[in-house]
Design a protein around this ligand. Structure first.
Ligand SMILES: *[C@@H]1O[C@H](CO)[C@@H](O)[C@H](O)[C@H]1NC(C)=O
Ligand SMILES: *[C@@H]1O[C@H](CO)[C@@H](O)[C@H](O)[C@H]1NC(C)=O
Ligand SMILES: *[C@@H]1O[C@H](CO)[C@@H](O)[C@H](O)[C@H]1NC(C)=O
Ligand SMILES: *[C@@H]1O[C@H](CO)[C@@H](O)[C@H](O)[C@H]1NC(C)=O
Ligand SMILES: *[C@@H]1O[C@H](CO)[C@@H](O)[C@H](O)[C@H]1NC(C)=O
Length: 560
């Protein structure tokens, strides 16, 4: 027996004896991914310093080399030529100096003139969590893998000043260069319940930094702004632009990672380089619900970079576990990275659109196509002939007779709440319809990713997209929160599409071609490996038409 069948055999015997999968670090790993980035073992959180250098993509990430829980944080490092297959390298930046003795926390890379990369990261200098900002540069610019980094001896280059709390002063952004030849960079913080992006400006040499009197932007009633990100997006088309691009053909995006519950919120607006101020198009606070989020599920501490080889902006985000810390210790690891996503401004100018990088499609095999077909009310349709635990599926729906749609309460403004009240078993006229992924044969376990269509205000229709984890696992120690988003698609005139990337313990879903994204972590106990199934379903009272369905098994990527 090869290792695979040994573990399957073990699995079955465990299932028979206990009913629930017993996790063991080496023998049984049903939740490790086939194509989502993760280290071989231990704890991973934020993506750090993503960039492309001499045709090689670099991903650094927050990593504990010793355990599957947070602690002893370093910058681990992997590289790739296609953003899909990754080669690990030695840890790039670890605590070694007085200016980072207690940890090397998140930061970003900037490509300086001459194509020379530089990294700013947050150093922790004492047991009180005092935070300072440090510079590191490659030891050998001829090495495309940038394996060794040199910490500038005059670090720290930036320390907090009053009234900033030195324990709430972290996560420097990629810097951008103004017409005055001075660099600008943001650092996340909070003052009096007001999250803010503190603005620093440097001399030409990137080494002497001074704080501006005003933040680039701040918002009442938001929490600490972790991992701020600030970048331009083109107002025409899907191409990305360099971070130091200004002018009439771009809008700017400001993102902050907010706590309680963790979410990455962004706002679109105008950057006045003269005043060094960001003016959002919408007056609402960054923390407003539902607001604009990259992802309405699990997705945090994200960071973009400009891919100058392919002229696109790429987003990385950390997807944490929804399992207990005990289970994380048993399986010996914690944390995934979402599939890197291309990101651009929607035609409306009011939101971003995200889509998995096209290179991911190189892993697709065994294409399964379904001719267009009606799904009657209350029916379930199996999509077979693929590895349902490791798959990519695109489906789109059409409906008619919208008059029958249920009316949405005018006070139902929180999509996540709506999705938790109306799970996959609550019927309306149109919806729930969508996919049951990582499903067991008898539907004892499944994760339901679906839509509902309501009549809203002024003869408009409202599309709700949900990811319902309530039946995802027989193990009740997992967090099974339902997630939801309103999807800015007009179902009368447009097809309603859904793409889901299914990878053992993660389901990343893209509604409306990437206008709303929801990522969930699930830990089925029955629907694992060959026992996982994939279904399309319609639990509404009206029939809906599947206008197209394509699905693929996904090959395993090299992920360390
Ligand atoms: C941090 O590393 C030390 C060894 O250097 C180890 O004793 C300790 O348990 C580690 N802590 C965590 C949370 O991993
Ligand atoms: C720098 O990297 C290049 C390319 O990997 C290598 O040939 C060279 O020996 C390295 N130089 C030093 C000083 O390590
Ligand atoms: C934010 O708070 C300040 C007082 O702390 C107040 O003057 C200002 O109007 C508030 N802004 C908003 C948008 O609520
Ligand atoms: C509004 O919300 C309340 C509870 O928060 C609910 O009872 C009511 O049915 C909702 N709809 C309308 C139209 O008031
Ligand atoms: C469909 O709805 C019925 C009853 O409302 C429920 O028992 C069933 O579990 C639902 N199907 C799915 C896939 O949730």
């Amino acid at each position: 027996m090869n290792n695979f069948s040994v573990s399957l055999f073990l699995l079955f015997s465990l299932l028979l004896t206990h009913g629930i999968v017993e996790l063991q670090a080496s023998t049984n790993q049903p939740y490790r991914t086939g194509f989502h980035f993760q280290p071989i073992k231990n704890w991973m959180n934020d993506p750090n310093g993503p960039m492309i250098y001499k045709g090689i993509y670099h991903l650094f990430y927050q990593y504990n080399p010793y355990a599957a829980v947070w602690g002893n944080i370093t910058w681990a490092h992997s590289t790739s030529t296609d953003l899909v297959n990754w080669t690990p390298h030695d840890i790039a930046i670890a605590a070694s100096q007085p200016f980072d003795s207690h940890g090397c926390w998140s930061g970003s890379a900037t490509i300086l003139p001459g194509g020379r990369p530089a990294i700013f990261y947050t150093g922790i200098i004492d047991s009180k969590n005092t935070q300072v900002q440090n510079l590191a540069v490659p030891k050998n610019y001829s090495d495309p893998y940038l394996r060794e980094w040199f910490k500038y001896p005059k670090n720290p280059l930036i320390v907090s000043t009053k009234p900033i709390d030195p324990t709430l002063f972290r996560d420097p952004t990629t810097a951008w260069l103004g017409p005055d030849k001075r660099w600008r960079m943001l650092i996340g913080s909070i003052i009096d319940n007001k999250g803010l992006a503190i603005l620093y400006k440097s001399s030409k040499d990137f080494k002497h930094w001074t704080k501006e009197n005003h933040p680039l932007h701040s918002d009442n009633n938001t929490r600490m702004w972790e991992c701020p990100d600030f970048y331009p997006v083109s107002t025409i088309g899907q191409k990305g632009v360099d971070t130091s691009t200004f002018g009439p053909k771009v809008k700017h995006v400001l993102k902050a990672s907010l706590g309680g519950p963790p979410r990455d919120c962004y706002t679109i607006g105008t950057y006045s380089i003269g005043k060094d101020k960001f003016i959002p198009d919408m007056e609402e606070s960054l923390g407003v619900v539902p607001g604009l989020r990259y992802d309405y599920g699990k997705f945090y501490a994200s960071k973009t970079f400009f891919d100058s080889d392919k002229n696109r902006r790429i987003l990385w985000g950390w997807v944490s576990e929804s399992s207990s810390a005990d289970d994380d210790k048993k399986k010996g690891w914690s944390g995934l990275q979402a599939i890197p996503r291309s990101l651009w401004l929607d035609k409306s100018g009011k939101q971003l659109v995200q889509w998995p990088v096209v290179e991911l499609e190189s892993l697709r095999v065994n294409s399964v196509q379904l001719p267009s077909k009606f799904v009657e009310a209350g029916s379930v349709l199996e999509v077979s002939g693929l590895t349902a635990a490791q798959a990519d599926i695109e489906i789109s729906f059409e409906m008619t007779d919208f008059e029958k749609a249920d009316v949405l309460d005018s006070n139902s403004t929180n999509p996540q709440l709506l999705c938790s009240q109306k799970g996959a078993s609550v019927k309306s006229a149109f919806g729930p319809f969508g996919l049951l992924v990582l499903a067991s044969k008898d539907l004892q376990e499944y994760t339901a990713v679906f839509f509902r269509i309501f009549k809203g205000q002024e003869h408009k229709y409202v599309v709700l997209m949900c990811s319902d984890q309530s039946r995802s696992s027989l193990n009740d120690k997992n967090d099974k929160t339902s997630y939801g988003a309103f999807l800015n698609v007009d179902p009368v005139h447009e097809k309603l599409s859904l793409r889901s990337l299914i990878d053992h313990s993660i389901v990343e879903s893209f509604g409306g071609g990437g206008k709303a994204c929801i990522t969930a972590r699930v830990y089925p106990t029955l629907a694992i490996e060959k026992d996982a199934h994939l279904y399309a379903f319609n639990n509404g009272t009206e029939k809906v038409k599947i206008s197209s369905l394509s699905a693929w098994s996904m090959k395993k990527a090299q992920i360390n």
